[in-house]
Design a protein around this ligand. Structure first.
Ligand SMILES: [Mn+2]
Length: 340
């Protein structure tokens, strides 16, 4: 077991926060395996220091000065930078088996049993279940596999522009060959699935072991009022609906209680974006708007009153009334009534 590890990846300071929450969640559930964080060159020094205190190993991956094939691929396909950094996990050959987990995942219980699985084990993707989701997967480090993956990237690229496309094309028998390589969905519960199939979430959601904050808006894009215990600024973007309020709150509670002190120690007197706001602080809205500024702002005029049936149709057509009837507060209330 000493040669088995959970591996994650942080390419910037925001994802580093996610990696810290993931690592701490694994520690809190008493994993017996090693914890490894791969970090890109853009992660600030204090963030790496904070990662050091949670992870057994923090490894800098700079594709620019890594192996020839990786470098060459990056020259040809600069968009695959993050993907190539992630594929680097196959070079961790001092471990015999690893479980990769995205920095936007968090464990809700011990998941060490994942090491009983073989390469490549993963859960179905909610958007196309014949593809696996590459947010959580079991693999065997091997320089040979790494080289093959890089060559594959060079020749084929990625059908979705990311690592999931590459990995699904490479491990292309996953959907049909061996059912033991299909991880149950509870090992990679995408928050988007909660809303797309609410009855299933009501039936099986309490068994969830890993939650995956899939989608454009991540928990760290929002703000948190630690005094009130409230996540702030989430009514401004439709993408936020894909984040379940309970899991979102769990993420922020873990972050503010156990991760933030590590960051504060690492940064010392240097100011940094903690994500936490003072009670009633008006900046919170501006800040979350700033954080979301990379995403195009949703343009939704306040719609006229509609019947319940018409509203349902609009919802199913993807036209939610985010600012009004389908506002986050209303959805949260509805979910609460289901969950209690
Ligand atoms: Mn992810």
């Amino acid at each position: 077991q000493a040669d088995e590890a959970f591996v994650t990846l942080a390419t910037n300071d925001s994802y580093a926060k996610g990696a810290m929450v993931l690592g701490q969640s694994l520690r809190n559930h008493n994993t017996t395996r090693k914890l490894v964080a791969l970090v890109g060159p853009h992660v600030a020094e204090p963030c790496r220091d904070a990662l050091q205190s949670i992870f057994d190993e923090v490894r800098l991956v700079d594709i620019m000065d890594s192996g020839d094939t990786a470098h060459l691929t990056l020259m040809k396909r600069p968009d695959l930078g993050v993907t190539l950094t992630k594929l680097h996990c196959w070079t961790l050959t001092h471990y015999s088996k690893c479980v990769f987990m995205d920095a936007d995942t968090m464990v809700l219980s011990n998941v060490d049993e994942l090491f009983e699985r073989e390469e490549l084990s993963a859960a179905p993707d909610p958007g196309w279940p014949d593809c696996f989701n590459s947010g959580v997967f079991v693999f065997r480090p091997s320089n040979e596999t790494h080289e093959k993956l890089l060559e594959f990237c060079n020749e084929t690229g990625s059908f979705d522009g990311g690592d999931q496309g590459v990995l699904n094309s490479f491990f292309n028998t996953w959907a049909t060959a061996d059912i033991s390589k299909h991880l149950p969905f509870i090992y990679n519960l995408s928050t988007v699935s909660i809303y797309s199939y609410l009855p299933a979430f009501k039936q099986y959601g309490h068994d969830a072991k890993v939650v995956h904050f899939l989608g454009k808006v991540k928990p760290w894009n929002l703000a948190y009022d630690a005094q009130r215990g409230e996540v702030k600024g989430h009514s401004s973007s439709p993408d936020v609906y894909q984040l379940h309020p309970d899991y979102l709150l769990m993420w922020w509670q873990l972050y503010s209680k156990e991760v933030l002190p590590l960051l504060q120690r690492a940064y010392g007197d240097t100011p940094f974006n903690s994500g936490c706001v003072e009670e009633g602080e008006e900046v919170s809205r501006d800040r979350s708007r700033l954080d979301l500024a990379e995403q195009p702002a949703p343009i939704t005029a306040p719609p006229p009153q509609v019947s319940s049936e018409e509203r349902k149709q609009r919802w199913e057509a993807g036209q939610m009334d985010y600012m009004g009837e389908d506002s986050f507060d209303n959805i949260e209330r509805k979910l609460d009534s289901f969950l209690k």
